[in-house]
Design a protein around this ligand. Structure first.
Ligand code: CA
Length: 226
């Protein structure tokens, strides 16, 4: 079955161009001109990816993504106007998968769409098994092993590591990581995350000196390799 893509864009000519490009690649395509219509469509249809304009008439694309995220895990690519650099950062922080700046070529957009779909499909199929070969999480005992050796973790470190392992290779911002450990530690600063990450890295290195599973993304946050 081919993937269906939902395009949320109030400008009909832009939506039409995107729809043609998507259908040319043999994907299904639905169009919503407002945020409310998009939410309505998402409850009735199986959608593999959403292309989401930031400037919608009834709510901002960011607001819409927050509402989508309450019930759906669907990947989202933002369409932003030129020069909305701040929007890019906010978009990635609230869980968009990619963004593209207007004006863009249909070909460029299709390349992004395919890359995100490939990533999502790979994640759901392969990541589970590769995680378990490197890390083993025992939720009930709140314990994690790395390369078959049990790690001695604080509660905050455990929450951080197990949280990141739910989505290997995803880049988490410090703010998102703070949310993961919030009820463990009530930290007031994002620097707290750096301290925990540093300590986690040291513990992984005790087991394997060349281990480099945690990646730093400057200015954004961290991800974990499986
Ligand atoms: Ca618009």
């Amino acid at each position: 079955m081919s993937d269906r893509i939902l395009v949320v864009e109030d400008e009909a000519n832009i939506a039409e161009t995107i729809k043609i490009a998507i259908e040319n690649e043999s994907y299904g395509c639905d169009w919503a001109a407002t945020g409310e219509t998009a939410l309505e469509q998402l409850t009735h249809k199986t959608v593999s990816l959403v292309v989401l304009d930031v400037g919608l008439p009834d709510m901002s694309g960011f607001e819409l993504l927050k509402r989508i995220r309450q019930t759906h895990n669907v990947p989202v690519i933002f369409l932003t106007a030129r020069g909305e650099e701040i929007d890019r950062v906010v978009g990635l922080e609230i869980g968009a998968d990619d963004y593209i700046t207007k004006p863009f070529s249909p070909r460029e957009l299709m390349a992004r769409i395919k890359a995100v779909l490939r990533r999502t499909n790979n994640n759901s199929e392969t990541n589970r098994s590769s995680v378990s070969s490197t890390f083993e999480v025992n939720d009930q005992q709140a314990k994690i092993s790395f390369q078959q050796q049990a790690l001695e973790l604080t509660l905050a470190e455990y929450k951080l590591l197990s949280g990141m392992l739910t989505q290997p290779n995803r880049v988490f911002t410090r703010a998102q990581l703070l949310e993961i450990i919030w009820d463990a530690n009530h930290p007031s600063e994002e620097r707290t995350i750096d301290t925990h990450i540093k300590s986690l890295r040291a513990k992984l290195k005790e087991i394997n000196a060349s281990a480099d599973q945690i990646n730093t993304h400057r200015g954004i946050g961290y991800s974990i390799s499986a």
